[in-house]
Design a protein around this ligand. Structure first.
Ligand SMILES: [Zn+2]
Length: 177
């Protein structure tokens, strides 16, 4: 995961370390408080951490060799993520985008969802907003816009179910840089 983290750093991505999907290498305090294996930031004040130094990234993965990689979203990074889950999430996205979603960085999530990353203009905030499936019997069926105060996992991080987040259109994809 360190190599991928260093590649993201070359792209000037504001990455952060997230806890491991199986909670290996995590502290006892972390184990007793974290309910989101693979998703919780491991550094304090991560919302304002900015782009780390190469040494910082190496230190993170020396300390937590099994950590996942996350990225800061919202006004502090200029990036927002669309988190699409379940039939409702995909239908809502289709409805809002009118079948015309601009090409952008895109990766699949091991739960069957999709995540799109978009850049937003500097200095513009974007609070988190969630469209929920009105049928509450459908678990993980929603469309969420993740922005200020949020972060998202990046490929090739591992999900707690053992699956891997995987790029469909990566930051190296032609025309998307
Ligand atoms: Zn955790």
């Amino acid at each position: 995961m360190l190599n991928e983290a260093l590649q993201y750093l070359q792209l000037q991505f504001p990455i952060i370390p997230l806890c491991s999907h199986d909670h290996s290498c995590m502290s006892r305090i972390h184990l007793s408080t974290c309910k989101s294996p693979g998703k919780r930031p491991l550094i304090k004040n991560w919302q304002d951490a900015g782009i780390p130094s190469e040494q910082q990234v190496k230190d993170w993965f020396r300390r937590w060799p099994t950590a996942n990689i996350g990225i800061i979203l919202g006004i502090s990074s200029g990036l927002v993520a669309l988190d699409v889950d379940g039939p409702f999430g995909f239908a809502k996205l289709e409805e809002l985008a009118g079948g015309n979603l601009p090409e952008t960085w895109q990766f699949s999530t091991p739960g069957g969802g999709m995540r799109y990353l978009f850049s937003i203009p500097p200095g513009i905030g974007c609070p988190k907003f969630t469209f929920r499936d009105p049928d509450t019997s459908h678990q993980h069926s929603e469309l969420a816009i993740l922005g200020d105060g949020s972060c998202t996992v990046l490929p090739p991080s591992l999900h707690r179910n053992g699956g891997t987040y995987a790029w469909i259109k990566s930051p190296e994809w032609p025309g998307l840089q």
